[in-house]
Design a protein around this ligand. Structure first.
Ligand SMILES: NC(=O)c1ccc[n+]([C@@H]2O[C@H](COP(=O)([O-])OP(=O)(O)OC[C@H]3O[C@@H](n4cnc5c(N)ncnc54)[C@H](O)[C@@H]3O)[C@@H](O)[C@H]2O)c1
Length: 253
């Protein structure tokens, strides 16, 4: 009996951080993984790590907020790996500033990547999920969705993604497609390192201070988030849809 081909997952922003850990985890779970990031060359490390662990990966360059690039990327993934039935909208940027100092460009870029990006990716992938009568969408929200000083743009985008998630769950449920969101708390990645640098803090001290305010008494890791993605995309999670799980070491940190 021949084995059926692996289901295909796309992870955006997978060159590093949470996206890279998620790509590795989904490959270990048996998915063929499209490692998508702004620049194809930047995906090489993640692709190699997946392959070294015995998985299958394809590196793809695209700006998730650009409709033409998204369509070309998804067409290529479908042709080279197979129909994408799992989508993890993880690509992200921050452009933090207090409201009075926030520029139009800071606002627009954050909306472009998180909201327009997740919308374009989901729209391009949904037909493959509907055709397969099976699919999983996971959107990366944040505890910042509850409000966070200096992040009017990012908090708005991350709250918006929760509404987007719930709407996809309602529209796509009858096709066997679930949509859920993960709202991470403080996770050690390049994104949070850049925040520490911007506010002039020593990284180790900053991590220790953040960890001290977290009920489980540690900072999060990309693998903590990848584990939750793995649950949402699993076969057994088909009755879990439209949910937001805060993965923050406590209820709201
Ligand atoms: N690190 C945290 O504490 C934290 C907390 C809550 C939510 N998140 C969210 O988790 C996700 C991953 O965060 P991370 O900490 O791993 O960030 P990161 O900065 O380490 O990685 C983000 C990746 O997204 C890519 N990217 C940015 N713009 C893109 C675009 N237009 N098209 C394609 N790729 C693009 C970047 O090149 C980068 O590789 C983001 O959505 C972030 O907002 C992170």
């Amino acid at each position: 009996m021949s084995e059926s081909p692996a289901r295909v997952a796309i992870v955006t922003g997978a060159a590093r951080g949470i996206g890279a850990a998620t790509a590795l985890r989904l490959a270990a779970d048996g998915f063929a993984v499209a490692v998508l990031d702004l620049d194809e060359a930047s995906t090489a490390d993640t692709v190699q790590a997946v392959e070294a662990a015995g998985g299958r990966a394809l590196g793809v360059g695209a700006d998730v907020g650009d409709a033409e690039q998204v369509q070309a990327a998804v067409d290529r993934i479908a042709a080279e790996l197979g129909p994408p039935v799992v989508l993890v909208n993880n690509a992200g940027v921050t452009r933090d500033n207090m409201l009075f100092k926030m520029t139009d460009a800071d606002w627009d870029l954050v909306m472009h990547v998180h909201l327009r990006g997740s919308f374009l990716m989901a729209r391009a992938c949904q037909k493959y999920m509907v055709d397969a009568k099976w699919g999983r969408v996971v959107n990366l929200s944040s505890t910042s969705a509850l409000g966070n000083r200096g992040q009017a743009n990012y908090a708005t985008a991350k709250a918006g993604l929760q509404g987007f998630t719930k709407t996809l769950a309602i529209e796509l449920g009858k096709f066997g497609v679930t949509a859920n969101a993960i709202a991470p708390g403080f996770i050690q990645t390049e994104m949070t390192k850049a925040t520490a640098e911007r506010i002039g803090r020593d990284w180790d001290e900053y991590v220790a201070e953040r960890a001290a305010a977290i009920p489980v008494a540690r900072a999060g890791t990309p693998e903590d988030i990848a584990h939750t993605v793995s649950f949402f995309v699993s076969e057994g999670a088909g009755f879990v849809s439209g949910q937001v799980v805060y993965v923050a070491g406590g209820p709201r940190t």
